[in-house]
Design a protein around this ligand. Sequence first.
Ligand SMILES: [Zn+2]
Ligand SMILES: [Zn+2]
Length: 330
Amino acid sequence: MGLDTPSAVAVPDSELILAPTDAAGEVRAVKMPLVDRLASAVVTAAPPILVLLGMWFGWNHGLLVWQDLLVLAIFYMVIGTGITVGFHRLLTHRSFKCGRLLRAGLAALGSAAAEGPVIDWVATHRKHHQFSDETGDPHSPHLDDRHGWRGELWGFWHAHVGWVFSDMEVADERRYAKDLLADPWIRFVDRTFVLWVVLGLVAVFGLGVALTGTVAGGLTAMLWGGAARIFFMHHATFSINSVCHYFGRQAYDTGDESRNVFWLSIPTWGEAWHNNHHAFPTSYRHGLGRWQLDPSAAIIRLLEMTGLAWDVVRVDPAKRARKLAATSGA
Ligand SMILES: [Zn+2]
Ligand SMILES: [Zn+2]
């Protein structure tokens, strides 16, 4: 049984990414509160510092044990699924439907990645799709005025992590995420964002203690399954905005700079088929080709086969062929 069995639910013709279009074209900078800016700085800067400390202790004092790496791998995959399957494919693009509990559960899992509250994340990402590499895109590497390598480097830095601290990053939730604001379960998960980050760390500590039988084992697990996991996942997500709008192949003419980057497909859990994603934003699969690995799509397919997900959105093969032909003929 193939993963891309066609079904009745095809990508709608409009390819809209569900952002309200009433005031399309309007670009409005929103000031980011100082407290948000500080929180972003701490959440982005603390994990790499802790990872360096962890590497130092690990190598000099023999503190890195296999249990730490196992905890890191498990939590990277599980919480990563919260971001890719939950925040991105389900909540931003409505690539499938599921029950309220699973929907809120995926939102809570994604929150544990410390990438910001769910409604803010979704609003920012929908704005990215609406403006893709044009003025108004919160994190395009191609909007810097400077010329030459300086502009290129600065643009790349902005797309990777600089945007987190800029005013343009703030997308108006009432405009971009009206549907989520109207969902009390998602609003609850959004309001209690910090709780999910902390619970994620507590779970890491618990598994570390269970695997090693010591509190020290729980603490080193926190370093690797907590700080290192947050660091790696942040930069995997950031890479979609920077690397996948800069390097790699454009299979489809999407009118923007989105690209497919095969070597990032596993660490990003299938999200690095980013040109495919810009071509067919609502498709549950981003890896559209036979060998384009997409673990997130496999998880959604599994949820569908067990009856936990339905109305899974698939790309109409004829439409895909037309788009491919239009690109190669361009
Ligand atoms: Zn993009
Ligand atoms: Zn997207």
